[in-house]
Design a protein around this ligand. Structure first.
Ligand code: NAD
Length: 364
C-alpha cells in the first residue's frame, strides 16, 4: 500500500511494514503503521492484513504493552481475523499502548481518529478490549471510518456472546452428539462484556455454570443471578465441565494449563486463546474439540460491520452470524477427515478463500 504522503494532521507516523516482516506473526500483511503524538499521549499501531475482500475492519485495543514490539506482535496476530467471516471486508487492527483505566482522554482518541482518517477508509476502527462507545464517539469527531459509536449502534458484545453461544451448540453437536446445552456444564473464564452475556444465554438454555473472574463482584453477581458456582482464577482449567469458554484474555491454552483441562470442548470469545499453533494440535490429541477463536467470536465483527455493509449484509444480523458460523461445521468436518487440528484447518480455509478472491480480482 502506498503510504508516503499520508495526510496525518501533525502526527508522527512511520511505516514499519518492512521492520515487522521478520516477526513470526507477519503473514504478508499489507501495511503496518506506528503513530505518536507527545501532546495527546498517542502511541498506536494500525495493522492492515489484506484488503482483497474489502476495506480492513477491526477493533481498537488499549493495553499496557511492555514494549512496542509486543504491541506490534498483537496487532499482527489480531488483524488476520476477517477472512472467514464471509464478509466483503479485510482484516485490520489498531493497538493503543496505554492503561485503559487511566489513560483514556479525548485528545488521545481524537489523535487516533486523525490517524484512522489519514488512511482514507482503508482501515475502519471499532471498540475492543479497553475501549468502548464513549471513545468511539471521540474518534468519530475526527473520522467517519469508525463503527460502534453511539451513532452507529454501540456495544457489539451481546452479538459476540450470541455468536459464541450458537457456535458452542455447533461444537456440541459434533463432539457431544446433540446440539442442546441443557443439562451441560460450562466453565466460563471472564465475566466481562461478553462472558456475562454468554452466561445469561447458557443459563436460559438450562446449562449449569461454573465461573471465574478477577473481579469478585462479577462472580458474586453470577452466583446470585445465574446460580453459577465460583472457581478461583487458576482453578478454572481443572474444573470438570463439558465446555470450557475462555472469555478473558489470550494465550491461556499453553503448556502449563493444557494438561489440566477436564472438558470436551473449548469454545469462547477470547482472541488468540492458543499460545502457539502447536497447542491446537495438543488439544486435538487430547480429544478436546477446539472452536477456533476468530471463527466463533465473529458476532461482534458482524455487528459493527452491519453499518458499513448495510447493502450487502442486510438488517438481520443474527442470520448473518448463523451464515458465518457455518464455517465451524466445515472446519470440524475437515479436521476430522484430515486428522488435523481445527486451528490449522481454519487458517487453511481462510488462506484458500483469500487466494481465491485474489485470483478473481487479478483476473477481472
Ligand atoms: P472485558 O474486558 O469486558 O472482560 C474481560 C473479563 O475478564 C474482565 O471481567 C476481567 O476481570 C476478566 N479477566 C481478566 N483476566 C482474567 C483471568 N486471568 N481470570 C479470570 N478472569 C479474568 O472484555 P470483553 O469485551 O468481554 O472481551 C473478552 C474477550 O473476548 C477478549 O479477549 C476480547 O478480545 C474478545 N472479544 C470480544 C469481543 C467483543 O465484542 N467485546 C469481540 C470479539 C472478541
Amino acid at each position: 500500500m502506498e503510504t508516503s504522503g499520508l495526510e496525518t494532521s501533525g502526527l508522527n507516523v512511520h511505516d514499519v511494514t518492512e521492520t515487522v516482516r521478520t516477526f513470526a506473526d507477519f503473514k504478508e500483511h499489507e501495511c503496518v503503521l506506528v503513530a505518536s503524538e507527545p501532546a495527546s499521549g498517542l502511541h498506536g499501531v494500525i495493522a492492515i492484513h489484506d484488503r482483497t475482500l474489502g476495506p480492513a475492519l477491526g477493533g481498537c485495543r488499549m493495553w499496557t504493552y511492555a514494549t512496542e514490539a509486543a504491541a506490534l506482535t498483537d496487532a499482527l496476530r489480531l488483524s488476520r481475523k476477517a477472512a472467514l467471516a464471509g464478509l466483503p471486508l479485510g482484516g485490520g487492527k489498531a493497538i493503543l499502548i496505554g492503561d485503559s483505566k487511566c489513560d483514556k482522554t479525548e485528545p488521545l482518541f481524537r489523535a487516533f481518529g486523525r490517524f484512522v482518517e489519514a488512511l482514507q477508509g482503508r482501515y475502519i476502527t471499532a471498540e475492543d478490549v479497553g475501549t468502548s462507545v464513549r471513545e468511539m464517539d471521540w474518534v468519530a469527531k475526527e473520522t467517519a471510518h469508525v463503527t460502534g459509536s453511539s451513532q452507529t449502534g454501540g456495544n457489539p458484545s451481546p452479538m459476540t456472546a450470541l455468536g459464541v453461544f450458537l457456535g458452542m451448540k455447533i461444537a456440541a453437536r459434533h463432539r457431544l452428539g446433540q446440539e442442546t446445552l441443557q443439562g451441560r456444564r460450562v466453565a466460563v473464564q471472564g465475566l466481562g462484556h461478553v462472558g456475562y452475556e454468554l452466561c445469561k444465554l447458557l443459563h436460559r438454555e438450562g446449562a449449569s455454570l461454573v465461573v471465574t473472574d478477577l473481579d469478585a463482584a462479577a462472580c458474586a453477581r453470577a452466583a446470585q443471578e445465574l446460580q453459577a458456582d465460583i472457581a478461583e482464577p487458576d482453578e478454572i482449567y481443572a474444573v470438570e465441565a463439558d465446555v470450557f469458554a475462555p472469555c478473558a484474555l489470550g494465550a491461556i491454552l499453553r503448556d502449563e494449563t493444557l494438561p489440566n483441562l477436564q472438558c470436551k470442548i473449548v469454545a469462547g470469545s477470547a482472541n488468540n486463546q492458543l499460545q502457539t499453533d502447536r497447542h491446537g494440535e495438543a488439544l486435538r490429541k487430547r480429544g478436546i474439540l477446539y472452536a477456533p477463536d476468530y471463527v466463533i467470536n465473529v458476532g461482534g465483527l458482524i455487528y459493527v460491520a452491519a453499518e458499513v455493509l448495510a447493502d450487502s449484509l442486510g438488517t438481520d444480523i443474527e442470520a448473518a452470524i448463523h451464515r458465518a458460523l457455518a464455517a465451524l461445521d466445515e472446519i470440524f468436518e475437515r479436521a476430522e477427515r484430515e486428522n488435523m487440528a481445527t486451528n490449522r484447518v481454519a487458517d487453511r480455509i481462510a488462506g484458500e478463500r483469500l487466494a481465491k478472491a485474489k485470483a478473481a480480482s487479478t483476473a477481472s
